[in-house]
Design a binder for this molecule. Structure first.
Ligand code: C2O
Ligand code: CU
Ligand code: CU
Length: 480
């Protein structure tokens, strides 16, 4: 990954508005780097094969000294994997680090033993080669390590990347889709540096925003409309994205794919792990800044920790003096069949509090929930402490039935795999656990604030055949 075109230091200047905690107006001196598309080949069985190597590196973030980082096939972050619905994919994951790691395909529907969670640890020097058939709609997914108790450190050091899925429908829509030109991955992370340019690895938020690993990044926009694939890949920070002049943007997709129809809005809130695809309209020659605004979330005691009162510049969009024409965003995107609550065979409840779910900390050897294959379930999730949490479920994309008893807002009306838990309100989601069953290998559900996940705010579910009992999970991957 090429880093830092301009080579300058991104200076953080205290924001002038009173009442904001820290933060962030930035000199945009560095051209945005776009992660390369991962190369792939088709093997004799017709599978699309990728190679991905986790390794150590050094990255110039414009500090006095280069920062020790980790990356996939490079120094920081990793290439963008891309595959189409119906394709069979195989990824050779090589662990070039000197400690165990894993690679989880966040948002992907696939067999549990291919999922890359804590049970699929890859030892130093080893290769792990999961394979599956892409059986879900076009979406912006991502990948990151998930080693038990160590996820925060591995992601913070730089191990993360995007995984874009396409399908017939997405390829036929007149949306911006030229990768790196008018279709741009925007991987947003916050980092704190010490005086020697090293990452601070505590669990707090950072005051430097990196986009695709670049501080103070700007993007040269060459088209009338640009599609931004926003990914909150931060360990704990929330963002409420909007544009500096409050112009509306068009929301076209959420975690698991395109929405049925585009929606014009001025803010989109993303907690760690969530994605949103937006289209921004630009006039020739103008500059506008993608920024995170203070979030209006009441009653969160740890708001300083989550950074929700911060105003932070994220990415400057600089329109060239001549813009290529872009078609209007289509009025119909990808229809979504609602999952009816009447089709659910059970309702499970999850209460998050004090780094525990339902009063228990994550135990690699304990199966918390047993789900029957090809059934639909409602999950009711409540946050019972004063800390910010969200909730992520592996294997499925879910639909949100209600938040605090009312119909979800538009940004939660499509496919989701991660959702912010508002204070004192229950979130009801519905999902179909289709296709894959394995009594011995669990999937995870957890808070995606990585220090919470590492501290045990995670549980395990298996999907079994009708009438089958849960097996015994292998705890050998557990190295601590
Ligand atoms: Cu993105 Cu279980 O994680
Ligand atoms: Cu996941
Ligand atoms: Cu949490």
């Amino acid at each position: 990954l090429a880093v830092c075109g301009g080579g300058g230091v991104a200076t953080l200047v205290a924001w002038s508005q009173a009442g904001l905690d820290t933060a962030g107006q930035v000199d945009f001196r560095n051209r945005l780097a776009v992660p390369p598309l991962a190369e792939s080949r088709i093997d004799r069985e017709g599978r699309r094969v990728f190679d991905l190597r986790a390794q150590e590196g050094r990255t110039d973030f414009g500090r006095d000294e280069a920062t020790r980082t980790w990356g996939f096939d490079g120094d920081y972050l990793g290439p963008t994997l891309r595959a189409k619905r119906g394709e069979r994919v195989l990824v050779n994951v090589v662990n070039g680090l000197d400690e165990p790691t894993s690679v989880h395909w966040h948002g992907m529907h696939l067999p549990a033993r291919m999922d890359g969670g804590p049970h699929q640890e890859v030892r130093p020097g080893a290769t792990w080669s999961p394979h599956w058939t892409v059986g879900q709609p076009a979406a912006t997914l991502w990948y990151h390590p998930h080693p038990h108790g160590e996820t925060a450190k591995h992601v913070l050091r730089g191990l993360a990347g995007m995984f874009i899925l396409d399908d017939e429908r997405s390829e036929g829509l007149a949306l911006p889709r030229e990768y790196g030109v008018d279709d741009i991955p925007v991987i947003v992370q916050d980092r704190q540096f010490d005086s020697r340019g090293r990452f601070r690895e505590g669990s707090g938020t950072g005051d430097t925003i990196l986009v695709n690993g670049i501080p103070g990044a700007y993007l040269d926009v060459r088209t009338e409309r640009v599609r931004l694939r926003l990914l909150n890949a931060s360990n704990s920070r929330m963002y409420t994205f909007g544009l500096s002049d409050d112009r509306p943007f068009t929301l076209i997709g959420s975690d698991g794919g395109l929405l049925p129809a585009p929606h014009s809005m001025t803010r989109i809130r993303l907690s760690p792990g969530e994605r949103a695809e937006i289209v921004v309209g630009m006039e020739a020659g103008e500059n506008v800044t993608l920024r995170s605004f203070p979030t209006n979330l009441h009653n969160i005691l740890s708001d300083r920790f989550a950074g929700i009162r911060d105003m932070l510049d994220v990415l400057q969009l600089r329109a060239e003096s001549n813009l290529a024409r872009s078609p209007e965003v289509p009025a119909v995107l990808a229809p979504i069949e609602p999952l009816g609550p009447a089709s659910a065979v059970t309702t499970r409840k999850f209460a998050l509090s004090g780094r525990q779910i339902n009063g228990e900390r994550m135990d690699m050897g304990r199966i918390d929930e047993v789900v029957t294959r090809d059934t639909t379930e409602i999950w009711e999730i409540t946050k019972e402490d004063g800390t910010l949490h969200n909730f992520h479920v592996h294997d499925v994309q879910f639909q949100v039935l209600s938040v605090g008893g009312v119909k979800p807002p538009v940004e939660l009306s499509g496919w989701k795999d991660t959702i912010l838990l508002p204070p004192n309100e229950t979130v009801r989601i519905i999902a179909r656990f289709a296709d894959y069953a394995d009594p011995d290998v669990p999937y995870m559900y957890h808070c995606h604030i990585l220090s919470h996940e590492d501290a045990g705010m995670m549980g395990q579910f298996v999907v079994v055949e009708p009438g089958q009992k849960a097996g015994r999970p292998d705890t050998q991957g557990h190295h601590k």
